[in-house]
Design a protein around this ligand. Structure first.
Ligand SMILES: [Ca+2]
Length: 480
């Protein structure tokens, strides 16, 4: 009796509904290393009908920036609503480092987004690569149940490893269970097989299974499904590559290596693959071939996005489910002579974000406002009428969902030895060694011309803004 009264009281406080079942469900689809290389984001040579269809029904954010240009720290920011500057230098270990604090009763760590939803009556499930390690476990093969990346976050966190045998093996898996090794690491691969030739087929299937079960439950659900492609290696079933056989893919718009101190790097992650001694920075034919493989991997991921959304519709839960699609960072396909991510240029930081709510107005209108990944946590709380936590560093995007013309705000991002802020007009980057970069996006050369030297006043203003947005943590650089 007493318990049911408390339940009703909590339900009333949490938004006026009489039961949790009336809360909107949340379905988040993570796509690894997906830059806005999508038809509806302007890359008209890409076949991405399912993501485009979601975009046409929801709100696409044309200037969404991640808070770090690498998988681990970017997912940290998205999943906690905090920049995570205190973990800079931890790179893909940042959520594990946070978990050490969560597991220490003498340390107070704010709940993550899934934990917040779980504490507020949601069933939370992750499938695939949601946090950095697919399945969310540590250890040598990323399958040690005693080492969790996000303690308390999930009711279930699943990684179907199929014939790859472990989450670590599946992460960079080649076709049919082959695991990437120093001797077996071709950068591109094509097989005449079905969708399950690569791990994403299995992740999507498990995602559909979980979706079916969750839709039957009496609690609202928070389901995150993380696809691994188009992450390297660019391996893909042939039918997706065939789509690009007669398609002209344009070369990189600006492929020159930048002068002076920047966050340019030599693309070690990429160059480490077997490339048959070819370098796309010098070999135009190879450049275009790689871009086709990236495109094919996007189409392969898009197919799974379509299956997940179809399944949601079949369950009937679509009428009460918010859908988010998020790329965990951008990717240079040769721009600034970089192949990969990890820089603080636009190409590494800009990624697709789409938010769909069945009840929203002005569907399909793209927002051109600057927004950042830490905004998603407060936004989803706002949309589901959960309390908006006071510890997130983001801002609810609900006003932008209500009206696509609403203004955004500056976006912060960092790597271990530099921090950047993007405003409507500028990108300002401060390096640990004191060097600065300033780019004016209202000029044609944009990030190809560093104008820092003749604009000390603008730099001072942007530095102050950056410090205020990060509670002064922007320039606490790692000791590495
Ligand atoms: Ca990634």
């Amino acid at each position: 009796m007493c318990k049911s009264l408390i339940t009703i009281f909590i339900a009333l406080v949490c938004g006026g509904n009489l039961s949790f079942a009336q809360k909107k469900n949340v379905l988040i689809i993570f796509v690894d290393d997906l830059r806005p290389e999508l038809n509806s984001f302007g890359a008209n040579y890409i076949h991405s009908p399912n993501i485009d269809s979601l975009n046409a029904r929801g709100r696409g954010f044309n200037r969404h920036y991640v808070n770090a240009p690498s998988c681990g720290p970017s997912r940290y920011a998205f999943l906690t609503g905090q920049y995570g500057l205190e973990y800079r230098g931890e790179s893909n270990q940042s959520l594990f480092k946070r978990a050490e604090g969560v597991n220490d009763e003498n340390v107070s760590i704010a709940p993550s987004m899934p934990e917040w939803f779980r504490n507020n009556g949601y069933t939370t499930v992750s499938v695939g690569k949601v946090s950095h390690h697919p399945g969310g476990k540590g250890g040598d093969n990323w399958n040690d149940s005693n080492i969790l990346e996000m303690p308390n976050a999930w009711d279930k966190h699943i990684m179907p490893v199929a014939e790859w045998e472990s989450p670590k093996g599946a992460m960079h898996g080649l076709a049919y269970g082959k695991v990437r090794t120093p001797d077996n690491r071709n950068i591109i691969e094509v097989v005449d097989g079905n969708d399950n030739s690569y791990p994403d087929g299995h992740i999507a299937e498990e995602g559909l299974r979980q979706l079916g079960e969750l839709a039957k439950g009496d609690k609202p659900f928070f389901l995150a499904i993380g696809l691994i492609k188009p992450h390297l290696p660019f391996g893909v079933p042939k039918k997706y590559l065939d789509r690009y056989e007669n398609i002209q893919i344009p070369p990189a718009l600006h492929s020159e290596k930048p002068k002076g101190k920047t966050t340019w790097h030599g693309s070690g992650e990429f160059m480490n693959y077997n490339r048959w001694d070819k370098d796309p920075r010098e070999d135009k034919k190879f450049e275009l071939e790689l871009k086709k493989y990236y495109a094919a991997c996007v189409s392969y991921a898009d197919k799974h996005v379509g299956d997940i959304i179809q399944k949601l519709k079949k369950t009937g839960a679509d009428k009460n489910t918010i859908i988010v699609l998020w790329g965990d960072h951008g990717w240079h396909l040769g721009e600034h002579a970089i192949w990969g991510k990890h820089s603080l240029f636009e190409e590494s930081l800009r990624s697709p974000l789409i938010i769909y709510d069945p009840s929203m107005d002005n569907k399909g209108q793209m927002s051109n406002a600057i927004v950042e990944s830490v905004d998603v946590f407060p936004t989803l709380c706002d949309m589901t009428t959960l309390p908006i936590p006071n510890f997130t560093e983001g801002i609810s995007l609900k006003p932008l969902l209500d009206n696509a013309d609403t203004q955004g705000h500056e976006a912060v991002a960092f790597i271990s030895d530099a921090t950047t802020i993007r405003t409507d007009q500028y990108r300002f980057t401060q390096h640990k060694n004191g060097a600065v970069e300033l780019y004016d996006h209202q000029t044609p050369l944009a990030e190809q011309l560093n104008i820092a030297e003749r604009n000390p006043k603008i730099i001072q203003q942007l530095r102050t803004l950056l410090l205020s947005k990060t509670a002064d943590k922007a320039f606490i650089f790692s000791k590495k």
